[in-house]
Design a protein around this ligand. Structure first.
Ligand code: RIB
Ligand code: CA
Length: 348
């Protein structure tokens, strides 16, 4: 299977960003051109180290990792270690990779990669949009060079997870999000596919999914974390990728349970990654999207004009429906294959 889907992945790794990275590495048709590190869930340098470590674990030191901006365009940086763990990957402890981060920063990588391959590259952003906004400021022609842009972010007819109305990736850097939405959907630039909480909070990982992953990866024992487990229990899985995923997601299960959402984990970012590779898995609705910047209560809120009240052209395709079971079957199968491959290398 030819790796003929070139992807630039900008993330704030994070537990679900980690699963998105593994999905992209596992997908035989994806040519992962670069992983760009955005400050968000944890500081940018920690995000960068996490990206390098996951790539090392999977034997993919060949993938370029760039450091992004240290903070948002205007706002003070906020991070969320309570959600993703002190180092952003839950309880997982990953080996430090041999490779080091790229000499170029994330914004320059956006500009140079799309200049080298105009019209070919799929952009996926699962963190704040700071790096992409900076890149567009440096090179306003960048949007028209992208083949596709998928953004995990926003909440439209659904409660926020950061303020009552705002979603984390947008809330961290509202100005960046507003810049990006204003730059796409016109002048030859693609219309971004936006995966909001409205949909991604229906993509619910359970402990059974982890058990299925372990079985498919020929890992043992088959572990199924439980809410009554001692907090911080570490995986003893034989496969190193499975063990790291179980340790990372266990923290996320505990966080969601503490938020009274159940012992589950919303898989926002790997779902957006799957949409980036195959947009047909989600139904979308066209809208003009903008971001509230001035509201005292509503700053960082994404607003969708579905009826043309603003008299502005649509600049987003909002993902509104998908089959979560089909997504998890795909995710488990692909990451299990990656885990078997990585596991066989580490055994050799
Ligand atoms: O609101 C969920 C999003 O914010 C996910 O991308 C998560 O990783 C955090 O970045
Ligand atoms: Ca993220």
């Amino acid at each position: 299977m030819a790796a003929d889907i070139p992807v630039v992945f900008d993330c704030d790794t994070g537990i679900d960003d980690s699963l998105a990275l593994l999905y992209l590495l596992a997908h035989g048709e994806v040519d992962l051109l670069a992983v760009l590190s955005s400050a968000g869930n944890v500081p940018a340098d920690v995000v960068c180290a996490n990206n390098l470590a996951w790539l090392a674990l999977c034997g993919r030191d060949d993938v370029e990792v760039c450091l992004g901006a240290a903070g948002p365009l205007v706002a003070e940086l906020m991070t969320t270690e309570d959600t993703h763990g002190p180092w952003g990957i839950g309880y997982a402890e990953l080996p430090t990779g041999l490779s080091t981060r790229s000499q170029r920063d994330a914004a320059d990588a956006w500009i140079e990669i799309t200049t080298d391959r105009p019209g070919e590259v799929i952009g996926l952003v699962t963190g704040p949009l700071t790096n992409l906004a900076l890149a567009i400021e440096r090179d306003p022609l960048l949007p028209s060079r992208l083949r596709r842009l998928v953004i995990m972010g926003g909440a439209f007819h659904h409660p926020g997870n950061t303020t009552p109305t705002s979603e984390w990736n947008i809330a961290v850097d509202p100005e960046a999000a507003a810049h990006v939405f204003a730059a796409f959907g016109r002048d030859g630039a693609p219309t971004p596919i936006v995966c909001p909480l409205d949909l991604t909070e229906t993509i619910v990982m359970t402990p059974d999914h982890l058990a299925r992953l372990a079985a498919a990866a020929d890992s043992s024992p088959i572990e199924q974390p439980g809410i009554d487990d001692e907090r911080g229990t570490r995986s003893v899985a034989s496969n190193p990728v499975v063990a790291a995923v179980v340790d990372a997601v266990r923290f996320y299960f505990e966080f969601h349970a503490d938020q009274s959402e159940g012992y589950i984990a919303h898989m926002h970012d790997p779902f957006a990654a799957a949409v980036a590779v195959d947009p047909s898995i989600a139904a979308t609705m066209s809208a003009c999207v903008d971001v509230e910047l001035g509201g005292t209560l509503t700053r960082g809120t994404t607003v969708a004009d579905l009826r043309g009240m603003w008299g502005r052209d649509p600049n987003a395709a909002i993902a509104v429906a998908a089959d979560a079971d089909v997504f998890f079957d795909d995710l488990i199968e692909r990451i299990a294959h990656l885990a078997r491959r990585a596991g066989s290398v580490s055994d050799s």
